[in-house]
Design a binder for this molecule. Structure first.
Ligand code: ADP
Ligand code: MG
Ligand code: ZN
Length: 481
C-alpha cells in the first residue's frame, strides 16, 4: 500500500470469562468434554425458561472494565439481539446495547518504542453462542453438528474506538488486552480453544483527512498472526478499490487464511438490523458503588505500570521488563525475589536466563514450577556472599528446579561451597604447576594466555569449587614469583 492512505482500525475483542458456571444457568463451563454434556433447557434455548444472571460474571466484567479504566454504568441492562443462525436456536442472543456495563475507558501500551493509548468505547456482557462443528464424525463429510457446551458461557466484548493505525499496532493493542485480562484472572484467553478472539474493523482515508472512510469487518480472528495477515490483505484490497476511483462497501469480509482470499459475507444494510429489544426476563442492575470500590481496591498493579516501575525503581532494561511482566506470576516472582535479596539485576538475570531455560527444556509453565522467591533469592545471596560461584549456582538452580529442595540444603549435601581457603587452593596450584611444565614454561616465556589453561586445571581439580579470583591471584603469584 502506498502512503496516500492512512489505515483506521477498531477492534471488538471477545473474551470468555472463566467463571465456574454459565451466564444465565448453572451449567458448568468446561472445555473439551463430550458434546452437549454441559447443557440445560436454559442454555439450549428452550422456550419459556427463565434466565438467572450469574453475579460472578458481573463482578469479573466490572473487574476487567476497571482494569481498562472504564466508567462503570450506574444502570445497565440486557437486550435481545435478534438473528437466526443454527448456533442460536432461540433466535436471539442476550447481549447489551443501549445500556452497557461500562464505557469510556482506555488502554495504554508500548508500541515501537512509544506509548500508545487506545480508547475503549464500551465493554459489555453477552452470552456465547453454541459451536458449529463441520466434521466427518459419521463418515459423512457434509454433516454439521451443534455443540451447546459453549452456549451461554459469559462473553465479554471490549469495543475500541477506531484509534489504531496499522495492523502491527492493532496486534500490539490486542496483546496488551490479553495481558490485562490474564493479570486480573478473569479469562484464560486461550486462543487455541477459541475463547479469545476479535473482529477487526478497517477503513482507509487520505492522509491528512479527518473524515473516516467506509469500513469493512473481519470476523472472528483467533490468532495474532491471523488478524495481522487479514488486515494487511484488506488494506491492499481497499487501496486498490480507492485507487481505481471506486467505493468500499461496508461489508463483513471473510478471509481464508489458506488461500489468502477474501470474499464479502453480507451487506451491512440487510444483515445488521438486529432489532434489539429489551430482555424482559432479566431485571436491570444498578451498580453498587461500594462493591465497585471494593473490586477496584483489589486490582493488581497493571502490567504496563509494572514495567514502568521495574525500569524506574530497579534499573531493569525496558526489554527485560517486558519479558519479566509477560505473566503476572513471573512478575510476582521477580518482585518478591528482589525484595528478599536486594539484587534486582541478579533476580532478573536468573529468571530470564537459567530459570526460563529450565522451563523451556522441561516444557512447563512458570506457575507450575517449584521455584519459589525464597529459593531464588537464597541462591543469589549464596553467590553474592561468595559461598558458591556463579558456575556452581547453575547446577544448584537445576537441582532446586528438579527436587524443590532449598539451595543451602543442596550446597551442603553435595559439598558445593566455594573453597576460599588460601592454603587449600595453594596446594592444588602447586600440583598443577608441577604436572604441566609445558604451559608453565610458555607463560614464563611470555605467552600469557597459558594462564587460562592453568586456572582451568585448578578449577577442574576442585570440581569448580575454588574461588576463581583467588585461583588467579595465587597462580600468578606462583608463576611470576
Ligand atoms: P457495529 O455495532 O456495527 O459493530 P460499531 O459502531 O459498534 O459497529 O463499531 C464497531 C467497531 O468498528 C468499533 O471497534 C469501532 O472502533 C470500529 N469502527 C467504527 N467505524 C470505523 C471506521 N470508519 N474505520 C475503522 N473502524 C471503525
Ligand atoms: Mg460489530
Ligand atoms: Zn445450561
Amino acid at each position: 500500500m502506498g502512503n496516500r492512505y492512512e489505515s483506521v482500525i477498531g477492534l471488538e475483542i471477545h473474551a470468555e470469562l472463566s467463571t465456574k458456571s454459565k451466564l444465565f444457568c448453572d451449567c458448568e463451563v468446561m472445555f473439551g468434554t463430550a458434546p452437549n454434556a454441559q447443557t440445560c433447557p436454559i442454555c439450549l434455548g428452550m422456550p419459556g425458561v427463565l434466565p438467572v444472571l450469574n453475579e460472578r460474571a458481573i463482578s469479573f466484567a466490572i473487574r476487567a472494565a476497571l482494569a481498562m479504566n472504564c466508567e462503570i454504568a450506574t444502570f445497565s441492562k440486557f437486550d435481545r439481539k435478534n438473528y437466526f443462525y443454527p448456533d442460536l436456536p432461540k433466535g436471539y442472543q442476550i447481549s447489551q446495547k443501549h445500556y452497557p456495563l461500562a464505557k469510556n475507558g482506555y488502554v495504554d501500551f508500548e508500541f515501537s518504542g512509544t506509548i500508545h493509548r487506545v480508547h475503549i468505547h464500551q465493554i459489555h456482557l453477552e452470552e456465547e453462542a453454541a459451536k458449529l462443528v463441520h466434521a466427518d464424525v459419521t463418515g459423512n463429510p457434509s454433516q454439521s453438528y451443534v455443540d451447546f457446551n459453549r452456549a451461554g458461557v459469559p462473553l465479554l466484548e471490549i469495543v475500541s474506538e477506531p484509534d489504531l493505525n496499522s495492523p502491527e499496532e492493532a496486534v500490539a493493542y490486542w496483546r496488551s488486552v490479553k495481558e490485562i485480562l490474564e493479570y486480573i484472572d478473569v479469562s484464560d484467553c486461550n486462543m487455541e480453544e477459541g475463547n479469545f478472539r476479535c473482529d477487526a474493523n478497517l477503513s482507509l482515508r487520505m492522509v491528512d483527512s479527518e473524515e473516516l472512510g467506509t469500513r469493512t469487518e473481519l470476523k472472528n480472528k483467533n490468532s495474532f498472526q491471523h488478524v495481522m495477515t487479514a488486515l494487511k490483505f484488506e488494506q491492499k484490497r481497499q487501496a486498490m478499490i480507492l485507487d481505481e476511483g471506486g467505493q468500499v462497501e461496508q461489508n463483513t469480509i471473510l478471509f481464508d487464511l489458506n488461500t489468502g482470499k477474501t470474499s464479502p459475507m453480507r451487506s451491512k444494510e440487510e444483515a445488521h438490523d438486529y432489532r434489539y429489544f429489551p430482555e424482559p426476563d432479566l431485571v436491570p442492575f444498578e451498580a453498587n458503588v461500594e462493591e465497585i470500590e471494593q473490586i477496584k481496591s483489589l486490582l493488581p498493579e497493571a502490567p504496563f505500570d509494572r514495567r514502568k516501575r521495574f525500569v524506574k525503581d530497579y534499573g531493569i532494561s525496558a526489554s527485560d521488563a517486558i519479558i519479566l511482566t509477560e505473566t503476572r506470576y513471573m512478575a510476582d516472582l521477580f518482585d518478591e525475589t528482589t525484595r528478599l535479596c536486594g539484587d534486582p539485576k541478579a533476580s532478573s538475570n536468573w529468571i530470564i536466563g537459567d530459570l526460563t531455560g529450565l522451563l523451556n527444556s522441561e516444557g512447563i509453565e512458570i506457575q507450575d514450577s517449584r521455584i519459589t522467591p525464597v529459593q531464588l533469592s537464597k541462591l543469589i545471596m549464596l553467590i553474592n556472599d561468595k559461598t558458591i560461584s556463579g558456575k556452581i549456582a547453575k547446577q544448584v538452580i537445576a537441582d532446586v528446579f528438579k527436587t524443590g529442595k532449598s539451595p543451602e540444603e543442596i550446597v551442603k549435601q553435595k559439598g558445593l561451597s566455594q573453597i576460599t581457603d588460601e592454603s587449600e587452593i595453594d596446594a592444588i596450584v602447586n600440583q598443577v604447576v608441577e604436572a604441566h611444565s609445558g604451559p608453565v614454561q610458555d607463560y614464563r616465556n611470555g605467552t600469557k594466555k597459558a594462564l587460562g589453561f592453568l586456572v582451568g586445571q585448578v578449577m577442574k581439580a576442585t570440581k569448580g569449587k575454588a574461588n576463581p579470583q583467588l585461583v588467579n591471584q595465587l597462580l600468578t603469584r606462583k608463576l611470576d614469583g
